[in-house]
Design a protein around this ligand. Structure first.
Ligand code: ZN
Length: 157
């Protein structure tokens, strides 16, 4: 019998200027399994103390969110190591394994492209307005997969 919980919550994420970065409120709540690393640690630490129906404003400093920006994550690579085609500042490359952070093109020259591997939200203090929509026990399948599967534990990824 599992004692690991799955929590579903709605959130609106804003930056220090009050600009909305992301929100779940137009769709399904976001689900995560306790201790699985599915969401940022600074958010999980507070969410697991709440109960269904609770609303809270949670401030998460960059260090406990997507980390500080690291200048060594800005790298210059020869163009011939990148996919062919037109590459311009602002383009984003996603890694094939899906685990490495996306690479954002900072600038280009005829021979090289400068890429930023910092998470787009690195170095930014975040504020989450959350509402807890659901708290339930993890299903067997979720325990085996190590992540939450949504409202009833059926929907997958
Ligand atoms: Zn799964």
């Amino acid at each position: 019998m599992s004692h690991t919980r799955v929590i579903g919550f709605h959130y609106t994420l804003t930056d220090p200027q009050g600009k909305t970065i992301d929100s779940s409120t137009d769709g399904d709540p976001m689900y995560f399994m306790e201790g699985s690393g599915q969401i940022i640690p600074g958010l999980e630490a507070v969410l697991i103390t709440l109960k269904k129906g609770d609303k809270k404003k949670i401030d998460v400093v960059a260090e406990n969110a997507y980390g500080e920006r690291e200048e060594e994550n800005v790298i210059e690579v020869p163009r011939d190591q990148l996919p062919k085609g037109d590459i311009k500042a602002g383009d984003v490359f996603h890694s094939r394994d899906g685990h490495s952070p996306p690479l954002t093109v900072v600038s280009t020259t005829d021979t090289h492209v400068t890429l930023d591997a910092n998470h787009p939200l690195a170095g930014i203090d975040l504020t989450f307005d959350v509402e807890i929509m659901d708290v339930r026990m993890a299903t067997q399948e979720e325990m085996e997969h190590g992540h939450a599967h949504g409202p009833q534990g059926h929907s997958h990824h």
